[in-house]
Design a protein around this ligand. Sequence first.
Ligand SMILES: Nc1ncnc2c1ncn2[C@@H]1O[C@H](COP(=O)(O)OP(=O)(O)OP(=O)(O)O)[C@@H](O)[C@H]1O
Length: 304
Amino acid sequence: MPPAIELNGLTKTYGSRRGLTALTLDVQPGEVFGYLGPNGAGKSTTIRLLLSLIRPTEGSARVLGLDPAVDAVDLHRRIGYLAGDFVVDGRQRAGECLTFLGNLRGGVPAARIVELADRLELDLTARIKSLSKGNRQKVGLVQAFMHRPELLILDEPTSGLDPLVQQTFLKLVAEARQDGGTVFMSSHIMSEVEAVADRVAIIREGRLVALDTVAALQARSELRIQLTFGEPVRAAEFAALPGVRDVLVSGSVLECRINGTPDALIKAAARHAVTGLRADRQDLEELFHGYYTGGARQETSDVA
Ligand SMILES: Nc1ncnc2c1ncn2[C@@H]1O[C@H](COP(=O)(O)OP(=O)(O)OP(=O)(O)O)[C@@H](O)[C@H]1O
C-alpha cells in the first residue's frame, strides 16, 4: 500500500513571501498524524497543496498514491476534508446542506448524518447562517467524517468547539483509525494532538523543525529535579555531571534540569544524606513552545 501522504521537497512561495520550504514527509496508512505550528507557519498552505487547491512552486505531493492535480475528483471522494475557513451556503438548513454534500460523494445514509449530528449536538434543522461559529464547525466535521473516508485532512478541526465536543471529536478520530482510516490534522495546540496522534510534525516559518512519535518527544522532554540534603552542598560538585544543567544551590537544597538519564546525578547525590527528592517532567506544551520560538534544538529522528 502506498503512503497515505507523500511529500517531496514541497515548496510554495507567494510572490516574495515563503509559505512552505522544501517539506519532505510521509504519512503511513492507518496513522493519526498531528501537524503543528504557530499562526502563519504554513499549515494551511500544506493542506491546500495536498488537495491541489493551490499549486506547488517546487516539489511534489502524492495522496493515496495519486497526484492531487490529476486525480482531484477521485481523491475528493476518498478524502474527508475540513477547511480552516469552512464556508457553505448560509441559507440552507444544516441537514439539507449535509445531504447535498453527501450526494456529491455518491450518497451517505441519512442515519449516519443523524448519528454524527447527535453525538456532536448539532441541530440539523437550524439554518447555517443562524449557527454560532462552533456549531458551523460541527457541520464541517460531520461532512468530513460522514462518508467514512480513507483519509481525513482536517485544518484546525477543534477551533471554536467547547471542551466536551472536543472530546467527542477525539473519539471520532480514534474510531476512524480503528476502521483503518488515516488522519492528518493541523493544530496549534499540542495537548489535543498529543491525545490522539501517533506522530507529530512541527513547522515554523514554513520549515519542518521536528518530526517524531509522541512517545519519543515525551522521552526527550527534560526532568526538573529538586534534591534536599542533610547538610549544605556546593554547586560545583554537580554542575559538570553529564546531562545536568542549570544547577542552583541554596544551602542544602539543589535544583537542576536533566536531559536523558539522571544516573550521574543520583550517584553524586548518594555521597550525601538525601532528605528529600522532587522530580517533574516538563510537559510537551512547554517543549513545543521551545520549537515554536526557536528555543529547542532540532533533534529529530526522521529529519535530515
Ligand atoms: N494567498 C496568500 N498570499 C500571500 N501570502 C500568503 C497566502 N496564503 C498564505 N500566505 C503566507 O504564507 C505563510 C503561511 O500561511 P498559512 O496560512 O499556511 O499558515 P498557517 O500555519 O495555516 O497559519 P494559521 O494557523 O494562522 O492559519 C504566512 O506567512 C502567510 O502570510
